[in-house]
Design a binder for this molecule. Sequence first.
Ligand SMILES: Cc1cc2nc3c(=O)[nH]c(=O)nc-3n(C[C@H](O)[C@H](O)[C@H](O)COP(=O)(O)OP(=O)(O)OC[C@H]3O[C@@H](n4cnc5c(N)ncnc54)[C@H](O)[C@@H]3O)c2cc1C
Length: 384
Amino acid sequence: METLFDVLIIGAGSIGLPTALFCVENGLKVAVIDKNHSAGQGDNKSAIGGIRATHAEPAKIILGKNSLDFFQNWEKNYKTSIGWKKGGYLYPVFETNHEEMLKKNLIIQHQYNLNIDWISPHDIKDIVPQIEERNLLGGTWSPDDGSASPIMTAQALYLEGLKKGIKYFFNEKIESIDKISEIFYIKSTSKSIFKSKWIINAAGVGISEIANLFNTEIKLVPDSHEAGITEPVKTFLKPMIVDIRKDKGSSNYYFYQNHEGQIEFCITPDPPIIGENRDSTSEFLPMVAKRMLKLMPILSILRVRRVWRGIYPNSLDGSPIIGFDKNFSNVIHAGAMCGQGYMFGPAVGLLIVKMIKNELDNKDRFVLDRLSLNRDFSSHETLK
Ligand SMILES: Cc1cc2nc3c(=O)[nH]c(=O)nc-3n(C[C@H](O)[C@H](O)[C@H](O)COP(=O)(O)OP(=O)(O)OC[C@H]3O[C@@H](n4cnc5c(N)ncnc54)[C@H](O)[C@@H]3O)c2cc1C
């Protein structure tokens, strides 16, 4: 007779992997199902590894802080490396409208005790001496933000989960889900039937398809983003730099030097490339390189090793969607993570365990309320 799991998680990605680990650490019997051949093969591996609590939406600030706590303590608690680096986030500003917007965000960020401030061009040069200072007005600096390797994190979470008894099932795409007397019966590619008391929908860009199986609608507007990585060089760059100016064909771009000395970078196309196309283009590298070299001419000596393209699973307002299903109380949907699913994974996982164990406090309820499936999606997160 098949095992009856307490929790079955659909998706071994940025959200599913930490969620599974926290569930098993809380004494639950856990299964993880993924249509890919191993852990982290969805958009988790597209992420360049930025981790910040620097957001404008309060719920995202709270999630970001909880995740930072987890990432920076991983090596101490689990004794394996995920490439964590506490380098901070720097938003250099060249336009007065951006100064206004970021200073407005600072009011909210300080309300939520975020360690972030507006700093002068002189202070920016202290942190990044190589930055081009023409027209630099100042910027925001949040020294507690950081970065880690999404690929190493996925592997570390998977191996830790395996050790603690999580059952992973790969190459299994969900086909149907039935509920009989409080138990879900989940059929997938191999025609195996999995049985579980809870279902967590952490299927990334596939979240709407899974939600449909419960007659629940989750609207995503996925779009394509490209990224790249250089050869490694001696450490010279401390923070993640986010330049939020627009240029022809793009809006913001961001880059940092990872724990191995490689520069990782990414740009947001403008207008957005809506859809799920994952083919790299020849336009990306010249476009992003031109902008990065203008900001930091020293980068011209670096050689690019690889580029790739992935998908941001966007909600309509730029914030994640997390909540119980409206028809089935033992189903939780967690996705629409936009460009921030890797950084939110651990915090979302911790929240989901509390939802399952009925241990939510007021702060958790506040987060869930703001990120609910049924919210009015008319607002717009400025730092999405
Ligand atoms: C270029 C780029 C750079 C980025 N940089 C960052 C960054 O610096 N920091 C950051 O936080 N985020 C970043 N992101 C965003 C991040 O990658 C995503 O937000 C995040 O991976 C989404 O997490 P997820 O768990 O929802 O989805 P995923 O990680 O994609 O996991 C979903 C999993 O569900 C599985 N699945 C889907 N449907 C089914 C089904 N029907 N049956 C079984 N399995 C299924 C998939 O195979 C996949 O493994 C970046 C994204 C891109 C494209």
